[in-house]
Design a protein around this ligand. Structure first.
Ligand code: SF4
Ligand code: SF4
Ligand code: SF4
Length: 179
């Protein structure tokens, strides 16, 4: 059981790899834990995993509820191993923002005026739109930057917000399962 834990990816809802990351299955063998991405990030968005993380120890993660990714793209420029591949802002797909319509106070009718996620998104009207004044994520264009999660004022009992970023590999798995 303890051995299994050392092999379990730390990537989960709102805990993501930086932009341009290779497939999570390859990440721990490709990343040399040089820390350049951590050092270069001007926002302190990237943190290395501590020593209790098994084969993932020292690899970089972004906890978007604490500090999201502002898509400056500096980390992808400095990664020496291609673990973070050089991509553009628009090509970034760290995950997919998903709105919980029961928790969202605009969707559930508690307070129809909140549109923080829509207003804060760097790709407003592209990655997130309004449907009769309620926010809707456009999957194709969402980068998973987490700015919407960070800005959302609703925190559920389980610690998640009313909008959360699901990791891209989980999203892909779901998409494949639905094909
Ligand atoms: S793109 Fe910029 S803000 Fe985002 S994790 Fe990389 S260095 Fe930090
Ligand atoms: S810069 Fe690249 S190789 Fe270095 S720690 Fe970050 S992801 Fe790993
Ligand atoms: S919807 Fe959220 S995660 Fe997606 S691009 Fe906009 S702010 Fe970033």
């Amino acid at each position: 059981m303890a051995f299994e834990k050392t092999l379990k990816s730390p990537v989960t809802t709102n805990v993501l790899r930086p932009p341009g990351a290779v497939n999570e299955l390859l990440f721990p063998s490709k990343c040399i834990r040089c820390g350049r991405c951590v050092e270069v990030c001007p926002y302190g968005s990237i943190r290395p995993l501590d020593i209790h993380a098994g084969i993932f120890t020292g690899t970089p993660l972004i906890h978007v509820t604490d500090i999201p990714c502002y898509l400056c793209m500096k980390c992808v420029e400095v990664c020496p191993t291609g673990t973070l591949r050089p991509i553009t802002q628009q090509e970034t797909k760290m995950g997919l923002a998903v709105i919980n319509k029961h928790a969202c106070i605009t969707w559930n009718g508690e307070l129809a005026l909140c549109r923080t996620c829509y207003n804060i998104c760097p790709f407003k009207e592209t990655a997130i739109k309004l449907d009769e004044l309620r926010p809707v994520v456009i999957d194709k264009y969402c980068t998973g930057c987490g700015l919407c999660v960070h800005g959302c004022q609703v925190t559920q009992e389980n610690g998640k917000k009313a909008i959360n970023v699901e990791p891209i590999y989980a999203y892909r798995r779901r998409a494949i399962a639905n094909e």
